[in-house]
Design a protein around this ligand. Structure first.
Ligand SMILES: Nc1ncnc2c1ncn2[C@@H]1O[C@H](COP(=O)(O)OP(=O)(O)OP(=O)(O)O)[C@@H](O)[C@H]1O
Length: 492
């Protein structure tokens, strides 16, 4: 499953209609494009699509290019640093006609808000020049276009606002993806995903795919375990985006300090995705992993020796160290949840049962929980595998729940439950017959007080008598007849 296409690519809208919501944006942008296609040049030769991430800005441009059969020429934020690249695009935008069957061209400058107020003035001038010369529509995108340094760009652009995708529109769309993938999905789970991602469809789809790939289904319980609270500025996906595409150290540092993750989890997220992002270039990957290992060393020291004064070095290595490890532009990779978090969530239920088992047996056997985990649980597993009928007796005596039996027995589970049911029936019958004897006045009163103990262990009748003298101690012991579990097994 790991090599499958990211769903954000697989389900990228192919037509304008498939772009969910954003009706107002479409109403402004489409007539503007049509004007270009009819051969006239609109007053504003460029459009700036702005709004929150993952809401369809780039997707709409791609859908328009598809639908109107236009060649898309794209420049990413990381290319803006090179003025020569902008100039190269400018020439194409201004003059050349595309090869048939393409009808025309569209120039896309993605994420212009990645331009820095310090150092990228040259790039802004080059973009302005590009717009001036353009004979084709120029479209820019940005999350936040309101920086003072972007004012010259705003002035030459038609501003088109994109809004967060409302729940009513997002949920049916996300559900359709689950159906297409044949994944069981609870509606409340999607609702939770949407709320946590605040209407960012890219993040919603990424969350969905990661959970579906790890667990084969999307339930509210899983989603609550996997998606951390995100009260701060960035989701983990947004943090990865900001980190891997940071051009300056301050951007990288801002990315990792604006996400609501504890340091361990933050490290896991980045460590999981560095090989994915830089994997296509051994040198970038090597530098990225070097930075990670430095961060790990600092963090290890911080934790072991409480040297919190090393925290800035940890942040330096994990943020700028990782971000500036790249020397070339890398396309957005298929990022993923940290494997360790997936594993912990997958084994959460098992860990809970193991804990409950440890509490129960440590109480009844008067041993520590650690002893139960290290010695008794493996022993019980062994018995469950080798001697299911005997294990059924033990389970009954120890009052193990069915889920504990399942945890301990695995493939013999059904058989053991059958034995247990049979034993319980016998127990019931014995109790009944004893009661009827009692009413006939033939049974000793003291014997009738401990029916379960005698019958649970079946043939060991003397145990009832044995424990008669130590009543209070007896009540604390398990139903293995007042013996510890190990004694009981040894005796047998
Ligand atoms: N309105 C939408 N309709 C359908 N799919 C969407 C929409 N918005 C986002 N998506 C999904 O999220 C993915 C990313 O969307 P897109 O690149 O268009 O977002 P964006 O607004 O350009 O984000 P950014 O500002 O981060 O570049 C798409 O491939 C698509 O799967």
């Amino acid at each position: 499953m790991g090599n499958k296409l990211p769903w954000i690519i697989k389900y990228r809208p192919k037509s304008i209609e498939e772009v969910v919501d954003q009706e107002k944006a479409k109403e402004v942008l489409i007539p503007w494009i049509q004007k270009w296609l009819q051969g006239s040049i609109p007053d504003k030769k460029a459009a700036l699509l702005w709004g929150p991430p993952g809401t369809g800005k780039t997707s709409l441009v791609e859908a328009i290019a598809n639908e109107y059969n236009l060649e898309k020429i794209e420049l990413n934020a990381s290319d803006f640093r090179r003025k020569s690249d902008i100039e190269r695009i400018a020439i194409v935008a201004a003059t050349k006609k595309p090869l048939p069957p393409k009808r025309g061209r569209i120039v896309l400058l993605d994420e212009v808000d990645g331009l820095s107020p310090r150092g990228d003035e040259g790039a802004i001038t080059a973009i302005l020049e590009l717009v001036k010369k353009a004979r084709n529509p120029v479209i820019m995108t940005a999350n936040d276009p309101w920086g003072q340094h972007l004012r010259p760009l705003r002035d030459v652009c038609l501003l088109v606002e994109f809004k967060r995708i409302p729940k009513t529109k997002a949920l049916p769309y996300l559900m359709k993806i689950c159906e297409a993938e044949g994944i069981f999905c609870e509606k409340e789970a999607l609702s939770y995903i949407w709320e946590k991602n605040r209407g960012d469809l890219r993040a919603c789809i990424n969350d969905m795919q990661s959970i579906a790939e790890a667990f084969g289904k999307i339930t509210l319980e899983l989603v609550k375990t996997m998606i951390v609270e995100r009260d701060r500025e960035l989701t983990p996906w947004e943090m990865l985006q900001a980190l891997f595409y940071a051009k300056y150290a301050w951007q990288a540092k801002k990315a990792i300090t604006s996400v609501d993750l504890d340091y361990d989890t933050l490290f896991l997220w980045i460590a999981e995705n560095v090989p994915r992002q830089y994997g296509d270039d051994p040198e970038d990957l090597w530098r990225g992993v070097e930075a990670l290992s430095r961060a790990d060393v600092y963090y290890g020291r911080i934790k072991r020796k409480l040297q919190w004064n090393l925290l800035p070095y940890f942040f330096e290595a994990l943020g700028p160290g990782v971000a500036l490890a790249k020397e070339k532009y890398h396309r957005r990779a298929k990022w993923s949840y940290p494997e360790k978090l997936v594993l912990l969530a997958r084994t959460k239920e098992e860990r809970r049962i193991r804990e409950e088992l440890a509490s129960l047996l440590s109480r009844t056997e008067h041993v520590s929980k650690n002893y139960v985990k290290a010695e008794l649980i493996p022993l019980l597993k062994f018995i469950a595998e080798k001697n299911p009928s005997y294990f059924a007796k033990l389970a009954l005596g120890l009052r193990l729940t069915d889920e504990m039996i399942k945890y301990l027995s695995r493939k013999n589970y059904k058989l053991i439950i059958e034995y247990k049911e049979k034993l319980l029936k016998e127990l019931e019958e014995t109790t009944k017959s004893r009661k009827s004897q009692e009413t006939r006045g033939k049974v000793d009163e003291s014997e009738s007080k401990t029916p379960l103990k005698e019958t649970a262990s079946g043939e060991r009748k003397e145990t009832g008598k044995e424990s008669k003298g130590k009543k209070s101690d007896k009540s604390k012991k398990s139903k293995t007849g007042g013996l510890s579990l190990l004694d009981f097994i040894r005796k047998d």
